[in-house]
Design a protein around this ligand. Structure first.
Ligand code: PRP
Ligand code: GLN
Ligand code: SF4
Ligand code: MG
Length: 509
C-alpha cells in the first residue's frame, strides 16, 4: 500500500485552498540530497541522472550505440509542455490554446485527449500545434475534460509518432491518459524490470513505464495507484492524467519542472506548465502544484490534494529561468522576466565592455540584454532580427537542422552594426552553435568588435572564445547566478550536483 498523507480535502468548497493546507505543505522537509555525479560505465544510460544529464565521451558513445538514443547528444532535453482542463464545455479548444502558449517548450509533436461518453479520444501528431490540429480535428474532441502535451523528447526517438503524448492505455479498471514533462532517471531499470515480467512496450519513451506501473499496482482506488507509481519512479515529473471522470495533476517531490493551477470564471480547473498558458485561456492563477503534490479534480469539480512521501527540499530547475520558460510567465513563484533582467544587470557589473551599444540574441537573450544595457548605461539596439517563422534552434533534434536554423532565424541589421563595437548578450551557450554563427554574421555585417556576454555560466566549452571568433567572451559565474536565485534550485547542469541518482528496483509484483 502506498504511504500517503491526505493533505486536505476540498469537496465542499473546491475553490478554496486553506492557509492551513498551504503552510503544512510548504514546511521544509530536509533530506540528504546532492549525490555526486557518477558517470561510470556501469550506470550506462542511467548515468542520465537527475532530470537531465551531461554525457561524458563514454556515456555519449554508449548512447550512440543504443537505437533508442541515437538522436541524443549533449543537450538539455527538459522542456515539454503539459496542460489539463476540467469543467469547461470547450475543454479541447482551451487545451489547444494552452498548447500554443507552451509551444516554445516542445516542437517535435503535440497531442490532446478528451473524454466523451466515457471514451478517451486522442489526437496526436508530429510537428507544431498548428500543424497537428485544425478545426475538423478539434471538432472530434468533445467533452469538458481534456489534457494535452507538446513534446521535446528526453528519451525515445523524436520523430516517431508513437512517442508523441498524451499516451492513452486501457487496463482492467478503465482507461487512463498521461501527459508528462520530465525525465525518469530509472527508466531503463524500470523498463527492464517490467519486460522481464512480461510487459510489452509500445513506445521508446520513458513516460510509458508510468502507465505500466499504474496498471500493475495493487493499490486501490486510482489515486493510490498513481501515488504507488510515483514512489517507484525517480527523476523529474510534472504530469497530468485523464481518466473517464478525473483529472489528476502531479509534481515530483523535488519540483524540478513547473506546474501551475488556475481557474476560469466558470469554475473550470486549468493546469499548465507555465502561467502564460493560464493567461491565454483566461484562467486566474491560483497557485503552483507543490513539489510532491497530487491534485485530483472530480466530475463535480471537487478537489483533493495528496502529498507524496517523503517530501524533499525543492530543486527547481534553474534553466526554466535562464532559457526554457517565457518571460511573461511566473515560474516557481518568480517572474522569469525579472530573473533574466537581474542576470543581465549582474553580468554588466561583472563583465563590462567598451561598446557603442548592446544587442541581444533574440529571442531568449532579449531580457538579459535589456538588463545589461540598463546597468551599463548603454542603449539597446535591435542588431539581430529573428524570423517569426523558425522555432527554437536549441531544441531542434539534430545538429544538421540546428546549423541551418540559426542562419535561417537570425539576420544582422547592417545599418546598425557596421563599424560598431557591440556587446551581444545571450542567455546561454551549450554547444556553441548559435554564438559561433552570430559572431560570424555580425562580423560579415561589418561589426568592428563583437563582445559576447552570456547571462549564465558556460556549460562545458573550452577555448570557446577562440572557437566562436569573438573579441571577448564573458559569462555570469555560477556563484553570482546562485546569489540571484538562492536555494531551492537545481544547478546540476553547471556543478554536476545531481539531486537524484537511479536506485535499484527494490520491490516486486
Ligand atoms: O550553444 P547552442 O547549442 O547554440 O545553444 C544555446 C542557444 O540556444 C538557445 O536559443 P534558441 O534558438 O533555442 O531559442 P530562442 O529562439 O528562444 O532564443 C539559447 O538561447 C542560445 O541562444
Ligand atoms: N522534455 C520532456 O519533458 C519529455 C517527456 C518524456 N520524457 C519524453 O521523452 O517524451
Ligand atoms: S539544472 Fe538540474 S533540473 Fe535543470 S536541466 Fe539541469 S539537471 Fe535538469
Ligand atoms: Mg536563444
Amino acid at each position: 500500500m502506498a504511504r500517503i498523507q491526505i493533505f486536505s480535502s476540498f469537496t465542499e468548497k473546491p475553490h478554496v485552498f486553506s492557509s492551513h493546507s498551504f503552510s503544512s505543505f510548504t514546511r521544509p522537509y530536509y533530506f540528504p540530497v546532492h549525490f555526486k555525479t557518477n558517470t561510470s560505465k556501469s550506470l550506462k544510460f542511467q548515468s542520465k541522472i537527475s532530470c537531465a544529464y551531461k554525457p561524458t565521451l563514454n556515456s555519449a558513445s554508449e548512447i550512440n550505440s543504443n537505437e533508442n538514443f541515437n538522436e541524443i547528444d549533449d543537450k538539455l532535453r527538459e522542456e515539454c509542455g503539459v496542460a489539463g482542463i476540467y469543467g469547461d464545455p470547450e475543454a479541447s479548444r482551451l487545451c489547444y490554446l494552452a498548447l500554443h502558449a507552451l509551444q516554445h517548450r516542445g516542437q517535435e509533436g503535440a497531442g490532446i485527449v478528451t473524454v466523451h461518453d466515457n471514451i478517451l479520444k486522442s489526437i496526436t501528431g508530429l510537428g507544431l500545434v498548428s500543424e497537428v490540429f485544425n478545426e475538423s480535428k478539434l471538432d472530434q474532441l468533445h467533452g469538458n475534460l481534456s489534457i494535452g502535451h507538446v513534446r521535446y523528447s528526453t528519451s525515445g526517438s523524436s520523430s516517431v509518432l508513437k512517442n508523441i503524448q498524451p499516451f492513452v492505455a486501457s487496463y482492467r479498471f478503465g482507461s487512463v491518459g498521461i501527459a508528462h514533462n520530465g525525465n525518469l532517471v530509472n527508466y531503463n531499470l524500470l523498463r527492464n524490470f517490467l519486460e522481464e515480467r512480461g510487459s510489452i512496450f509500445n513506445t521508446s519513451s520513458d513516460t510509458e513505464v508510468i502507465l505500466h506501473l499504474i496498471a500493475k499496482s495493487k493499490a486501490r482506488p486510482f489515486i493510490l495507484r498513481i501515488i504507488d507509481t510515483c514512489e517507484k519512479i525517480q527523476g523529474a515529473y510534472s504530469m497530468v492524467f485523464i481518466t473517464e471522470d478525473k483529472l489528476v495533476a502531479v509534481r515530483d517531490p523535488y519540483g524540478f519542472r513547473p506546474l501551475v493551477m488556475g481557474r476560469r470564471s466558470n469554475g473550470a480547473y486549468v493546469f499548465a506548465s507555465e502561467t502564460c498558458a493560464l493567461d491565454l485561456v483566461d484562467a486566474t492563477f491560483e497557485r503552483e502544484v507543490y513539489p510532491g503534490e497530487v491534485i485530483v479534480v472530480e466530475k463535480d469539480l471537487s478537489v483533493q490534494s495528496f502529498c507524496l512521501m517523503p517530501r524533499r527540499d525543492r530543486k527547481a530547475c534553474v534553466f526554466e529561468h535562464i532559457y526554457f520558460s517565457l518571460p511573461n510567465s511566473v515560474v516557481f513563484g518568480l517572474s522569469v522576466y525579472q530573473a533574466r533582467s537581474e542576470f543581465g544587470k549582474i553580468l554588466a557589473m561583472e563583465s563590462p565592455a567598451e561598446c557603442d551599444f548592446v544587442i541581444a540574441v533574440p529571442y531568449s537573450g532579449v531580457v538579459a540584454a535589456l538588463g545589461y544595457a540598463s546597468e551599463a548605461g548603454k542603449s539597446f539596439e535591435l542588431g539581430l532580427i529573428r524570423s517569426h517563422y523558425v522555432g527554437r534552434t536549441f531544441i531542434e533534434p539534430t545538429q544538421g537542422i540546428r546549423d541551418i536554423a540559426v542562419e535561417l532565424k537570425l539576420a544582422p541589421v547592417k545599418a546598425v552594426i557596421e563599424g560598431k563595437n557591440v556587446v551581444v548578450v545571450d542567455d546561454s551557450i551549450v554547444r556553441g552553435t548559435t554564438s559561433k554563427k552570430i559572431v560570424k554574421l555580425l562580423k560579415e555585417a561589418g561589426a568592428k568588435e563583437v563582445h559576447m556576454r552570456i547571462a549564465t555560466d558556460i556549460l562545458s566549452v573550452e577555448q570557446l572564445c577562440d572557437s566562436i571568433g569573438a573579441d571577448s567572451l564573458a559569462f555570469l559565474p555560477l556563484e553570482k547566478l546562485k546569489n540571484v536565485m538562492g536555494d531551492g534550485y537545481c544547478y546540476a547542469c553547471f556543478d554536476g550536483k545531481y539531486p537524484v541518482l537511479p536506485q535499484p528496483v527494490e520491490w516486486d509484483y
